[in-house]
Design a protein around this ligand. Structure first.
Ligand SMILES: *Cc1c(COP(=O)(O)O)cnc(C)c1O
Length: 385
């Protein structure tokens, strides 16, 4: 059976397993050597070369999930992004990048690119025309993020890939929010896909890692930079990531189902003024999301009514934790204006639509009825005051 025909849960469970020839154990052995035979070997293995047995085999699982040839695993999502950018952008090159983007990526571009002499333009919006308008003669890469953080805007992946191909510009996507369970950008023509594996891949809020997937040619180029930058992941964590990824399909499908139920419920809630979720028909890009995603994901945001204190609300939650990060099996919430977008001015936040009433909700695997009653009890407590 080819990987392309294999179901996602089978890929999660089996692709990239290392057979334990010696003891016939059920799971991949963990190879912790940082030193491997040098003479008379085909592959010169070394952890920073991204080719220890655990790194090499887990990469196969990630490549299969993203329906492409190859992948590399990094020590964080930011390591994945920085390696990817620096592999395809050099002095004098230009990056077109979506304006609504993970905060760490924005910082990397603004703080590091000038040091390398790399130019960039943040788009004015997330429509294809906005990207086209930002292209310069020296543009070498277009980077998108969809669904985006925290307002869950949807960028047309196929149209952006087409634009890139027409202008001979590579395209990349941060697929962290959707995960390969809900979105396969390579099938839509994107050249490379990156992930913060700290999020859904890990899924238990106990791993920091990243990954990039693409054709062998693309990954080879990133590898060439990677061996110099040195952002590989320790094999112990690679092994833990493999274990986590066996349940990626199960977790994310459950989380996605829960998110849909929660979004619908919140949308009808008398104390919630707005819900941002691509699975709601009221979402401006609902149809586009439906056409390019296999599921709408498990991230959503909502605004509490003006007379409710969003911070007080989060403090009153008993089950749902407040957390900077996202995508774990446990539900978490956060105020974007205090975290990912804290560095923006109020005016800048108003411009992109991030109000102080906005709460980002990473929906976990808990029973929906318990999540609902937690939210209700917290709202009741703050409404009485
Ligand atoms: C968390 C995150 C990153 C950065 O990943 P780290 O593992 O924290 O380095 C990048 N993109 C998105 C969308 C994220 O949520």
């Amino acid at each position: 059976m080819t990987n392309k025909k294999m179901g996602i849960n089978t890929i999660c469970t089996h692709i990239g397993e290392i057979k334990d020839e010696q003891f016939k154990g059920a799971v991949s052995p963990m190879y912790l050597s940082s030193s491997y035979e040098f003479l008379d070997v085909d592959v010169k293995r070394y952890p920073r070369y991204f080719n220890t047995p655990n790194q090499e085999y887990l990469s196969k699982k990630i490549a299969a999930l993203e329906r492409t040839e190859s992948a590399l695993i990094f020590s964080s999502g930011m390591a994945a992004i920085s390696h990817m950018f620096l592999a395809f952008l050099q002095k004098g090159d230009h990056l077109v990048v979506q304006n609504t983007l993970y905060g760490g990526t924005v910082n990397f571009i603004k703080e590091e690119f000038p040091k390398y002499g790399i130019e960039y333009t943040f788009t004015n919006g997330y429509k294809v025309e906005d990207f086209e308008a930002a292209i310069q003669p020296n543009t070498k890469l277009i980077h998108i993020e969809t669904p985006s953080n925290p307002l869950l805007t949807i960028t047309d992946i196929k149209a952006i890939s087409k634009l890139g191909k027409a202008k001979n510009i590579l395209t990349s996507i941060d697929n962290t929010f959707a995960s390969p369970v809900n979105q396969n950008p390579i099938d839509l023509g994107v050249d490379m896909v990156m992930h913060s594996a700290t999020k859904y891949f890990g899924g238990h809020s106990d791993i920091c890692a990243g990954a990039v997937a693409g054709s062998e040619e693309i990954i080879e180029r990133i590898w060439n930079v990677g061996k110099n930058l040195g952002g590989s992941l320790s094999d112990m964590t690679v092994w833990m990531l493999e274990r986590s990824m066996k349940t990626l399909g199960l977790r994310v499908k459950t989380q996605t189902k829960n998110a849909m139920k929660m979004a619908k419920w919140l949308n009808k809630h008398s104390q919630i003024s707005k819900v941002y979720y691509p699975g709601l028909k009221s979402h401006p890009e609902y149809k586009l999301a439906k056409s390019q995603m296999t599921g709408f994901g498990a991230m959503l945001s909502f605004e509490l009514k003006d007379d409710l204190d969003a911070l007080e609300f989060q403090k009153q939650l008993k089950l749902i934790k407040s957390s900077m990060s996202l995508a774990g099996v446990e539900s978490t919430m956060i105020s974007p204006h205090l975290t990912s977008h804290a560095l923006l001015t109020q005016e800048e936040r108003d411009k992109v639509g991030i109000s102080n009433q906005l709460v980002r909700f990473s929906v976990g695997i808990e029973d929906v009825k318990d999540l609902k009653s937690d939210i209700d009890q917290a709202i009741n407590k703050i409404s009485k005051k």
